[in-house]
Design a protein around this ligand. Sequence first.
Ligand code: ADP
Length: 368
Amino acid sequence: KRRIAVMTSGGDSPGMNGAIRAVIRMAIEVGCESYAVLEGYEGLVQGGDLIKRMDWEDVRGWQSEGGTLIGTARCLAFYERAGRLKGAKNMILNGIDALIICGGDGSLTGADKFRTEWPSLIGELVKTGELTQEQIDPFKQLNIVGLVGSIDNDMSGTDATIGCFSALANICEMIDKVEATAASHSRAFVVEVMGRHCGWLALMAGVATGADFVFIPEKPRSENWRDEMCKVIARHREIGKRKTIVIVAEGAHDMQGNKISSEMLRELLADKKGLALDTRITVLGHVQRGGTACAYDRYLATLQGVEAVRAVLDATPDTPTPFIAINENKITRKPLVQAVLDTQAVAKAIENQDFERAMSLRDTEFSD
Ligand code: ADP
């Protein structure tokens, strides 16, 4: 029987457990054996108990569990060829030739590198006498399929990543809570949300909560963003709004690339010579990625997990490593490398303050 393994790597996100469950059950459904690699790439490098056979019942109820129940980790060893060599050996020793990885762009980059290097890795294992030719013969090809688990929705080529809608729902819930206080005391709140290179969470939370002003990394405000924000908020106050909510992504910058921090915004809103609002800061932090997955993420994780197994079965040596996306509500397969390159190009463009390029590379349309 063919053996398919599933792994979670990088930052955790709600819905990862749903993806694991779907992969494990679908693999069994199509007549394969299911494995889980525990603790991300660390499990692949160390092998032993960290590579575990999984049955149908092992993932019962996993849809409604937060985080990832098979563990995730950052693994320095996997950046090095020596670590990947150990990983290849452990895969072969366990009879596994297909790996479905749920993680961010880093994890998926590592996965593609592993697949590209595979022939030379197994060749080296034979040359150094760690494995015999007979042992490697059935494992000439490594199949890798990516699933994107990220709360930031920062992967190019897909409309949504597993976890982003749960994080968005968490943010909205938290903003609703601070709004109650804001309205009661006629206060302003600066709410800081995650997103170093991607403003999707901040922007969508702004739309969903009717926030007064939003700052995102991809689109710095004009040179005089201070006046612009104060004018908008003054107008909202004039027409009777008792609460002010400003959402700032952690990676927000001005046109010169200077960070726009929550504290800067608080000082500006509280300035006695200006709006003079009683202003508080709420940094949402890890509560955003916490808790169980929302219904949409469970559905997305399940459909994509099933599709990932299908993609493993369809793989040929010539197909570029795929990842499973969703585009206009259809589950799709896309080339992994291009999506990762595009994702990394956005981050680079933001770092270089080339905001126009960053915007042009984003799938989402932004406008004033
Ligand atoms: P994310 O997947 O959330 O982007 P990281 O970038 O931290 O998170 O990647 C998670 C892990 O994936 C790393 O700790 C490392 O083991 C592996 N990895 C990331 N990038 C590479 C790479 N270029 N080559 C090999 N392994 C990598």
